[in-house]
Design a protein around this ligand. Structure first.
Ligand code: SF4
Length: 324
C-alpha cells in the first residue's frame, strides 16, 4: 500500500507585526518542521490541544496556506511550489470538510447550488448530468432528493455537515482533510457522521487526515495517530500502539484523561494533570517545547530540542528520556 500523501519538514510561519507589547516583528511558528505520510485508503488522526498547529498543518497541506518551507508530495509528486492555476487539477483530488457546518455553508445558496459549485469550478458536468450528480450526492450522504432547493438554515447541524461532506465529495476526491468535523455537533450526532465518513472511505477508497481533539473518536477512525504540541509532532504511531503503549509524557497526559472501560485497569491508571498553560507559540520555551509542563524534564530538555526518533515499527517519539 503506497503513500498518497507525504509531508517532509513542513513549516508554516506567520509574520506577526509588532504591537503594543513587542518592539519588533515576530514569527509565529504554527507548524514547525513536521513530517508524516498517509497511505492510500487510510486515516491519519492528528490530535493536540487547540493552538497546537493541527488545523494549520491540514490547511498548509492542501495549499490553502503557502508553506514557508518543506515538501508536500501527492502521489509521489511535489506540489508545494505549484501556483494557483497549476494546483487546480490537484485541488480536485484534495478536499476539505470544515469544522463549523453553520459557518462553512453560504446561507444564500440552496443545497443544490452549494453542492453544484465545485462541479462548476472544476468544469465537471453541466445540464442534466449536473442535476443528476447533485441528487446522487444528496442521497449518498443520507439526505432526501427534495432537499435540493432548501437553504442551510432549514437543516440541523448534522444535516449541514452532511451537505458539507457532499460538497467535498462532488469532485470525486482521493484525499480529504476533515478539520474537527464533529466538534460543533451534538454528541448524539457525532457517531453518525463519523460512521458515515468510514463508510464513504470504504466505498471510495478515500484517504483522510482527521483533525480532532476528541481522542476516543480519533482512535475509532484512525489507522495512525500523530500528537502535536506547539507546532511539532511529538509522537506518531499506529492507533493501537499509540493508545496502549504511548511513550511521550505529553501523550501520556492527554490519554490519561480518557475514560477506561475495564474497572481493574481504571483503578490502576492515574489521571495526569498538566501543570500550567500551553506556552505562547510566539514565545516558545527553548529546548523541548513541553519542558515547562513536563514532570520528567532533565537539564538537556531546557537546551536541546528533541528530534523525532524511531523507537519501534512505525512508532516515533520526540523526547530525550525515551529510548528505542
Ligand atoms: Fe519532558 Fe524532556 Fe521529554 Fe520534553 S524531552 S517531554 S521535557 S522529558
Amino acid at each position: 500500500n503506497e503513500n498518497l500523501i507525504e509531508v517532509k519538514n513542513l513549516k508554516k510561519y506567520f509574520d506577526v507585526k509588532k504591537g503594543l507589547f513587542s518592539r519588533s516583528d515576530r514569527q509565529l511558528k504554527a507548524v514547525d518542521d513536521v513530517s508524516f505520510s498517509i497511505k492510500k485508503g487510510e486515516t491519519l488522526g492528528l490530535v493536540g490541544e487547540s493552538g497546537c498547529g493541527k488545523t494549520t498543518a491540514g490547511r498548509t497541506l492542501l495549499k490553502l496556506y503557502e508553506p514557508t518551507s518543506g515538501q508536500i508530495l501527492f502521489q509521489g509528486k511535489p506540489i508545494e511550489h505549484l501556483k494557483f492555476k497549476e494546483i487546480l487539477p490537484i485541488r480536485k483530488k484534495m478536499q476539505m470538510i470544515f469544522q463549523d457546518p453553520y459557518a462553512s455553508l453560504d446561507p444564500r445558496m440552496t443545497v443544490g447550488e452549494i453542492i453544484g459549485d465545485p462541479l462548476d469550478v472544476h468544469k465537471i458536468c453541466s445540464g442534466k448530468d449536473r442535476a443528476d450528480r447533485i441528487r446522487e450526492l444528496i442521497e449518498l450522504v443520507g439526505l432526501k432528493k427534495d432537499h435540493i432547493n432548501r437553504y442551510p438554515h432549514e437543516f440541523s447541524g448534522g444535516q449541514r455537515q452532511r451537505i458539507g461532506i457532499a460538497r467535498a465529495l462532488a469532485v470525486e476526491p482521493e484525499f480529504i482533510v476533515c478539520d474537527e468535523p464533529i466538534s460543533a455537533l451534538d454528541v448524539s450526532i457525532q457517531a453518525q457522521v463519523v460512521n458515515m465518513l468510514e463508510e464513504l472511505q470504504e466505498k471510495f477508497g478515500l484517504t483522510y487526515l482527521f483533525i480532532s481533539h476528541d481522542l476516543s473518536m480519533v482512535r475509532h477512525i484512525s489507522h495512525k495517530v500523530g500528537v502535536m504540541y506547539l507546532g511539532s509532532l511529538v509522537e506518531i504511531a499506529d492507533a493501537n500502539t499509540l493508545y496502549t503503549n504511548m511513550q511521550h509524557p505529553y501523550t501520556k497526559a492527554l490519554l490519561s484523561a480518557l475514560p477506561i472501560a475495564d474497572p481493574d485497569l481504571a483503578e490502576k491508571s492515574e489521571r495526569i494533570h498538566l501543570q500550567g498553560d500551553v506556552p505562547s507559540p510566539l514565545n516558545p520555551p527553548p529546548g523541548c517545547a513541553f519542558q515547562t509542563r513536563c514532570a520528567y524534564a532533565v537539564a538537556t530538555c531546557r537546551e536541546v530540542k528533541p528530534e523525532l526518533k524511531v523507537i519501534g515499527s512505525g512508532h516515533q517519539v520526540a523526547c530525550h528520556i525515551v529510548s528505542s
